[in-house]
Design a protein around this ligand. Structure first.
Ligand code: ZN
Length: 239
């Protein structure tokens, strides 16, 4: 066995959830007065995503790194200089509040994710990052025709191979689940894996955004089957 050869290395799963909750820190609650409906909607968080991440974590015995507040406070899945880092509720905050939010919550989440990858790599393992998200089943009147989206960078062979195989296994284990690649978004768009790809090599890091349809998550029976299929196939993938 040559431990430097990717094929001989084990995989370490790192689960993150950037849009886990719609909570607001009490200090900033006044900014969101009257915004309960927006906070409750998919604009405020990814309903069901944390539950999915925790179900995978429980099955595969891995922790879940979850961002503790709503994406409308600050967007944990965007780069620091993104035009979408701040929402309409926080864009006009004074710079000192923005710096505080970044240094207290945004930066630690991103830094901790990177540290977990580097720790795995330091142990001569390949870091397999699954960032769990959910998407609304209908957007602007259009029904989205997938239960699961696997988002990755097609130019990274490790990610391409991993997602091709994962999709094949899901088709065997749960043929009724509709799995699409780089849908409903592209894996190379701004996001935590895109940021980590700039720091970590193809052979060391596989960054996947797992997008789950909220309509499927809302149906207890289909949700249960989806969680079981994802955990079973991911276990097989990780070896
Ligand atoms: Zn999300």
């Amino acid at each position: 066995m040559d431990p430097t050869h990717p094929a001989d290395r084990g995989n370490t799963l790192v689960l993150t959830c950037e849009h886990a909750t719609n909570r607001v820190p009490s200090r900033y609650a006044a900014l969101f007065a009257g915004a309960d409906d927006v906070l409750a909607s998919h604009r405020g968080w990814d309903p069901g995503a944390l539950e999915a991440a925790q179900a995978l974590g429980a099955e595969l015995r891995r922790p879940v790194l979850a961002f503790p507040f709503t994406r409308l406070l600050v967007e944990a899945n965007r780069e620091r200089h993104s035009a979408h880092l701040w929402s309409a509720y926080t864009i006009d905050l004074p710079d000192e509040d923005k710096e505080r939010i970044l240094s207290r919550w945004w930066l630690p989440h991103r830094a901790e994710a990177g540290a977990m990858m580097r720790q795995a790599i330091a142990h001569r393992r390949r870091a397999v990052h699954v960032a769990v998200h959910s998407f609304t089943g209908v957007l602007d009147g259009k029904v989205r025709n997938a239960d699961i989206g696997l988002l990755y960078d097609p130019s990274r062979s490790g990610e391409r191979t991993f997602c091709d195989r994962w999709r094949q296994l899901l088709a065997i284990h749960a043929p009724d689940l509709r799995v699409r690649r780089n849908y409903p978004y592209r894996g190379v768009a701004d996001g935590l894996p895109t940021s980590l790809r700039k720091q970590l090599r193809d052979e060391d890091y596989v960054g996947i955004e797992l997008e789950l349809n909220q309509a499927t998550l809302a149906d207890p029976e289909r949700q249960g089957r989806m969680f079981a299929a994802l955990a079973g196939t991911l276990r097989e993938m990780l070896g």
